[in-house]
Ligand binder design. Structure first.
Ligand SMILES: [Zn+2]
Ligand SMILES: [Zn+2]
Ligand SMILES: [Zn+2]
Length: 726
C-alpha cells in the first residue's frame, strides 16, 4: 500500500506585467496564497507585480493558473513569467514594500468611475464617508491623472501631501479591507477639501450661473442644461458658436434613446460621452446642441459629480474648461486665470491633477476621442518594434503614440496643435509619457506635412525621423488595430492630408501594408478657392464643384471669390470637401464654426432616408465626385426632398468606392478609415456593399478613424519599417 508523503515544498518567483497596479492586485494575490497555503510575499515594482511563493508544487501551479486566467476586475494581465528559486523557508504570506528599481515599463491604470460600493457609502448618512467628495477604493477613482511616477504607490501620486488619519490607515493596511492599498483613499478628516461649499455651488447653478468644476483630468464648465439663457451665455463667453455641448445626467434615458448597448457604454468604468439620438421633447435648452438630432451624454463619474447632480436635481451642461481651441485647464490657479470672464464661480479642490485628460467621446462601436477612462490602455502591435518609436500624430485632434516591443501606448486627446498652449501641453505630455514608460525613443515618426508643428518638433529630436503619408497612417491604424499587417485595400475618406504630389489628399483607395502603399484610385481633385478659407466656407467648394459639373453657381459672392482660383486654390481630393460642397449646395451649411460641421449636419439631414445611390463615374483611377454634385443640383432643381438628396449622395459615394475596390481585384480585405468614417451612414453603406461582394471589411473600434488615430498608424508603420531594415 502506497503511503502518501507530503510533496516537498518548492519556491517560485512570478513576474506579472500589464495593468496590475492600482487595481487591488496584491490583496487578491494575498487571498489566493492563503487559500493555497503558500508562504512568501507579493510586491509592486516599476515593472509590475513580483510574487515569490513557497509551498506544494500543485498549489504553486494553481497560483500560476489563477494569475494567468483571473485577477481583480480592473486588472489586465499581459504576461506571467515564472522561475524556480531555492526554498527560503518563509512562514506566512505578506505584502512587502514596493521597489522602484526594475527597468521594464509598468502600466498605470486608467481613471475609473466611482463604483457601486462607494456610491452606497456616499449616500448613506450612517457611513463615515457620507457625502465625502473624494470617496474611492481599490476598484474605483482617479489613477492615470494623479500618478507622478511608477510604481503606483501613494507617495508617487498627487495624494502624497495628504497624510492618512488612523481610521483610513487601518483600512489601507488591512488586506481584508476593500480599501487595502487603495492609494487615493481619504475621508472627511484627512482628505482634500473643496474650495467652496457645495450648497453655494448649487445656488450659482440655480441662479443660471456658470460654474467651473474640477473633474478628473481638468476643469469643466457647467450650467443648467434646461436654462436657455445660461447655456447661451456660456456659448457667448466661451466663443463657441454651434459645436454641441455635452450633458451630464444621472438618468440619460429622460433625454436620449438608450438601448442595451448604449447603456453599457454610458455606465462603463470609462464613462465616456456617448452620442445618442435625442428624445422628442427632451428638457434640454436649444443652445445645447443647436439643430442636432443627437446629444452627447455622460453619466456622473466622480463622487463630486454625483453629489452635484443629486443636489441640483437636473442635467447639467458639462463642457471642457477652456476657451475654444485651447487645452483644458488643469489646476485651480490656472483655471481661475484662464476661465475668468467665463465662469461665475469655481468649485475646485486641493488634490492636484498631474496629467490633463479630457472626456472621451464614443458612438456605439466607434471611438471618436480616446481620452479619460480609455487612456493609457495599451494597444497591441502585430509585431515587435525593434527600437522604441515615438509617433507625433498630425495636427487636429492631436495625440501621440509610444511603441516599444509589442505594445503601443496611444496618448490621451490633446486638442488641436496649432495654438501655443496646446503645443506646450503636447511637449509636456510627451515627456510625462516617456518618463512613465521608461522609454527613450530611437525613432520619431511624423506626418509628411512640413508645416505641422508636430512635424517640426519631430525633426528637432535626437532620433531617426521617419515621414509617413497621412492616409497611409490612417489605413495602418485600422490594420494594426485588427492585428493585421496587410496587404489590404484601404478606403480612406478624410478631410485633408498632405499628398506627396503636392496636392491635398483625402478621398483615397490605397493598396497597402504596414510598410508601403500604392494609390489605386482617388476622388478627382478640385481647386479650393482661397485655400483654408474654402475649408471654413464650404459654399466656395460647392461653387468649384458646380463649375466642374457644368452647372450654374447660385452663390452671390462667387463673382468676387472666383478670382482666387488663379492665385490661391490648392487641389484637393478630400471626401470631406465633397460632402461639404453638397452640404452648402443643399443650404445646410455654407460657413462652419467647427471642424467637420457641414458634413456632420449633412449626415444628420440624410438620417435614415432611403435613396438609390447617384451614379459616379470611375475612369483610370479617378472617381468623378462632381457627378454626385451634378445629380444633387439637378434633383434640387426639380424639387426632390433634401433628405433624399443627402441620402443619395452618401450612397453614391459609398457605391463608387466599393466599385473601385472590386476593380482593384485580388486583395480581399478592405480597411475603412479617415475622419469621414465617423459618419455611420457612409461607413455602413461602404461595409454592406463590400461585404455583399465578398470582401472582409475591417473598421475602427478602439482607435479613432479621425486624426486622433494617426499617431497609432504612424507608430505601426515606423515599427514595421525599422524591423524590415533591422
Ligand atoms: Zn469604489
Ligand atoms: Zn481619513
Ligand atoms: Zn486625417
Amino acid at each position: 500500500m502506497a503511503i502518501e508523503t507530503p510533496a516537498r515544498a518548492e519556491r517560485r518567483r512570478f513576474r506579472v506585467t500589464g495593468v496590475v497596479q492600482g487595481v487591488g492586485f496584491r490583496p487578491w494575490v494575498h487571498g489566493l496564497a492563503e487559500r493555497h497555503d503558500l508562504a512568501g510575499f507579493v510586491l509592486n515594482d516599476a515593472g509590475g507585480v513580483v510574487i515569490e511563493a513557497e509551498g506544494a508544487p500543485d498549489a504553486l501551479d494553481a497560483l500560476e493558473v489563477a494569475l494567468r486566467a483571473d485577477g481583480p476586475p480592473l486588472a489586465r494581465v499581459q504576461r506571467v513569467e515564472s522561475e524556480p528559486l531555492p526554498s527560503a523557508g518563509d512562514s506566512g504570506f505578506s505584502i512587502a514594500p514596493s521597489r522602484g528599481d526594475a527597468a521594464t515599463a509598468t502600466l498605470v491604470p486608467a481613471d475609473t468611475a466611482t463604483c457601486e460600493a462607494c456610491l452606497r457609502e456616499l449616500f448613506d448618512p450612517a457611513d463615515r464617508r457620507y457625502r465625502h467628495p473624494f470617496i474611492t477604493c481599490t476598484q474605483c477613482g482617479p489613477r492615470f491623472t494623479i500618478v507622478r511616477r511608477v510604481p503606483y504607490d501613494r507617495p508617487n501620486t498627487t495624494m502624497a501631501g495628504f497624510g492618512l488619519c488612523d481610521a483610513c490607515r487601518r483600512e489601507y493596511e488591512d488586506p481584508a479591507d476593500r480599501r487595502f492599498h487603495a492609494e487615493p483613499i481619504a475621508c472627511h478628516d484627512c482628505g482634500p477639501r473643496l474650495s467652496m461649499p457645495l450648497a453655494d455651488a448649487v445656488r450659482v447653478l440655480r441662479a443660471g450661473g456658470i460654474l467651473a468644476v474640477k473633474g478628473v483630468g481638468g476643469f469643466h464648465l457647467a450650467c443648467d442644461a434646461a436654462d436657455e439663457e445660461a447655456v447661451a451665455r456660456l456659448r457667448a463667453r466661451k466663443h463657441r458658436e454651434d459645436k454641441p455641448f455635452a450633458v451630464m445626467a444621472a438618468d440619460p434615458a429622460l433625454l436620449v434613446h438608450v438601448g442595451a448597448g448604449e447603456a453599457e457604454l454610458l455606465y462603463s468604468a470609462a464613462r465616456p460621452i456617448v452620442l445618442l439620438q435625442r428624445r422628442e421633447g427632451a428638457p434640454v435648452a436649444p443652445s445645447v446642441a443647436p439643430g442636432s438630432p443627437w446629444l452627447g451624454i455622460m453619466t456622473p463619474y466622480t463622487p463630486l459629480h454625483h453629489l452635484l447632480l443629486a443636489d441640483f436635481g437636473a442635467p447639467l451642461v458639462m463642457t471642457s474648461g477652456n476657451r475654444s481651441d485651447e487645452p483644458i485647464a488643469l489646476e485651480d490657479d490656472e483655471a481661475r486665470e484662464r476661465l475668468a470672464g467665463i465662469a461665475d464661480a469655481f468649485l475646485g479642490h486641493d488634490r492636484p491633477i498631474h496629467r490633463r485628460c479630457e472626456d472621451s467621446v464614443v458612438r456605439p462601436e466607434l471611438t471618436l476621442r480616446r481620452s479619460r477612462g480609455l487612456a493609457p490602455a495599451t494597444l497591441g502591435l502585430p509585431f515587435a518594434a525593434p527600437r522604441p518609436v515615438l509617433a507625433v500624430g498630425a495636427e487636429l485632434k492631436s495625440t501621440f503614440c509610444v511603441a516599444a516591443g509589442l505594445q503601443a501606448h496611444l496618448s490621451a486627446h490633446l486638442g488641436d496643435l496649432h495654438s501655443e498652449p496646446a503645443f506646450r501641453a503636447f511637449d509636456r505630455d510627451v515627456a510625462l509619457y516617456l518618463e512613465m514608460l521608461g522609454v527613450r525613443p530611437g525613432v520619431v515618426a511624423h506626418d509628411l506635412h512640413p508645416d505641422y508643428l508636430s512635424t517640426k518638433w519631430a525633426l528637432e529630436q535626437d532620433a531617426d525621423a521617419i515621414g509617413i503619408q497621412h492616409h497611409h497612417a490612417h489605413a495602418a491604424a485600422c490594420l494594426a488595430e485588427h492585428g493585421e499587417t496587410g496587404p489590404a485595400l484601404a478606403v480612406v475618406l478624410d478631410g485633408t492630408g498632405y499628398g506627396p504630389d503636392g496636392t491635398l489628399w483625402g478621398g483615397e483607395l490605397l493598396r497597402c501594408d504596414l510598410n508601403d502603399y500604392d494609390r489605386v484610385a482617388h476622388l478627382d481633385a478640385i481647386p479650393l478657392p482661397g485655400g483654408e478659407a474654402a475649408v471654413r466656407e464650404p459654399w466656395r467648394v460647392a461653387a468649384a464643384y458646380l463649375e466642374r459639373a457644368g452647372r450654374p453657381v447660385p452663390f452671390e459672392r462667387w463673382g468676387l471669390v472666383r478670382q482666387s482660383l488663379a492665385v490661391n486654390a490648392p487641389l484637393s481630393s478630400g471626401a470631406g470637401r465633397l460632402l461639404d460642397a453638397v452640404s452648402a449646395l443643399l443650404g445646410v451649411r455654407e460657413r462652419i464654426t467647427y471642424e467637420g460641421q457641414a458634413a456632420i449636419e449633412l449626415e444628420q439631414l440624410a438620417g435614415r432616408a432611403s435613396a438609390e445611390p447617384y451614379d459616379c463615374r470611375l475612369s483610370g483611377g479617378t472617381i468623378h465626385g462632381a457627378d454626385l454634385v451634378r445629380a444633387a443640383h439637378d434633383d434640387l432643381d426639380v424639387g426632390r426632398s433634401r433628405e433624399e438628396i443627402a441620402a443619395a449622395v452618401h450612397e453614391g459615394l459609398a457605391a463608387a468606392f466599393a466599385a473601385a475596390c472590386l476593380l482593384a481585384g485580388q486583395t480581399r480585405t478592405v480597411v475603412l478609415s479617415g475622419g469621414c468614417l465617423q459618419n455611420l451612414r457612409l461607413r455602413d453603406g461602404l461595409r454592406e456593399r463590400l461585404e455583399q461582394v465578398g470582401f472582409t471589411v475591417l473598421t475602427h473600434r478602439r482607435v479613432p478613424p479621425n486624426d486622433g488615430g494617426i499617431a497609432f498608424g504612424q507608430a505601426a508603420i515606423a515599427a514595421r519599417r525599422t524591423s524590415v531594415c533591422a
